[in-house]
Design a protein around this ligand. Structure first.
Ligand SMILES: [Zn+2]
Ligand SMILES: [Zn+2]
Length: 383
């Protein structure tokens, strides 16, 4: 195969360190309290080089608009319905076209990586490999050979849409014996819990991830336009994987992926391991209390949301609120003020919530406690 795109890849990787170019709909997350960066990724996309409807350059454009840090090109290896019109014996060509358009556009902060979707009937299913060097090596007759070839290239391998209705008619995600064997052999590291093409969120897949120590992923699996499929730029977003990385380098991203430091994000739902979801929630939400008024023990507290996610919180703390009931909405990048009935004036406040738009296991939401110091009350002069 031709390797003439390699110098371009190196140039693009170096630019991941640059700040993400701002676009109106670009996702921006603050760093976690522990100082990790949150990188938005979509590791499952299609173009006309398999069964998608657009040229790969459009995928790059969309990823830039959405503020993605990483996008993978993952054409079906075996399913190529447009090949009479677009003959592509080189399974790396879609990636090559994407890279050429990325370099031409000079988008900063976007890393495009090569991948492939090994596309088989059950019990093999659809399995993605990303960070592959040569997708052609994965076009094998035995699907196990394809996964081993991906592994030999240092790829990250994951199960796609395990709740896909044509393969799981009851909508319940399950691993096949073949897939369990891949995990046992160290050949499979992740699983999609959110997939945009089937518009699915799978709490069963999340539990499978926890039981088998797999990385939790949310991907678009986009075939048409992100704008039309997900109403992007208006109220909607494609599913994404939020990757909690030590820094913005490709190495840190890949390490975090293999280490399972991810949260899947779709329809305002944040799904993943408790520690990872907790880190994202703590990076998003903070308390800004006012001073006590010197007359009552009701404390005004603004709950600020620094993330592009709409939050729904259920109060599970001892205190109740004067102005709202126990279920609170906080708009993306917005804030909500609550009047907290404290029993007395204190120098700190702690509010405990179930974060209803999260899942940390099968039908299990994240409890979190937000704390802040209360500013001192200015003494009111007597008159
Ligand atoms: Zn698939
Ligand atoms: Zn796909």
């Amino acid at each position: 195969m031709s390797m003439k795109h390699v110098p371009a890849i190196v140039a693009v990787l170096a630019s991941l360190a640059a700040p993400v170019a701002a676009h109106e709909r670009a996702v921006v997350f603050p760093d976690t309290p522990d100082g990790e960066v949150i990188l938005a990724a979509d590791l499952h996309t299609h173009s006309v080089f398999s069964d998608g409807a657009v040229w790969p350059s459009i995928r790059v454009e969309e990823a830039h608009r959405d503020g993605l840090s990483v996008m993978a090109v993952t054409e079906h290896l075996e399913y190529q319905p447009h090949k009479a019109d677009i003959p592509n014996p080189d399974r790396n060509r879609s990636y090559g076209v994407a890279i050429e358009s990325l370099v031409k556009a000079q988008y900063r902060g976007l890393l495009v990586i090569n991948g492939a979707e090994v596309t088989r009937d059950q019990p093999y299913g659809h399995i993605n490999a990303v960070f592959v060097e040569d997708a052609n090596a994965l076009l094998t007759s035995d699907p196990r050979d394809a996964i081993e070839a991906a592994h030999a290239q240092g790829a990250f391998v994951f199960v796609n849409h395990p709740d896909w209705l044509p393969q799981q008619p009851d909508g319940v995600a399950r691993l096949s014996g073949y897939q369990k064997q891949l995990i046992a052999d160290g050949l499979l590291q992740g699983i999609e819990v959110a997939n945009g093409t089937m518009d699915g969120l799978s709490e069963h897949a999340l539990q499978i991830a926890l039981d088998h120590n797999l990385t939790v992923l949310g991907n678009s699996d986009i075939h048409g336009l992100v704008d039309w499929t997900h109403d992007a730029g208006h109220d909607g977003r494609r599913p994404m994987t939020l990757v909690l990385a030590a820094d913005r380098s490709e190495e840190a991203f890949k390490k975090a992926l293999f280490d399972g430091r991810t949260v899947a994000w779709y329809h305002d739902q944040l799904m993943g391991r408790e520690e990872n979801v907790q880190a994202v929630v703590r990076s998003c939400l903070s308390l800004l209390p006012e001073a006590f008024d010197g007359k009552t023990s009701v404390l005004a507290v603004t709950i600020k949301n620094a993330c592009p996610v709409n939050f729904t919180l259920q109060n599970i703390g001892e205190q109740t609120f004067q102005n709202v009931n126990d279920t609170i909405s906080i708009d993306r990048n917005g804030e909500t003020k609550v009047q907290v009935r404290m029993s007395k004036a204190t120098d700190s406040v702690a509010l405990a919530f179930d974060v209803l738009n999260t899942q940390i296991g099968y039908r299990k939401t994240l409890p979190t406690t937000l704390t802040a110091d209360v500013p001192p009350t200015l003494s009111v002069p007597s008159r």
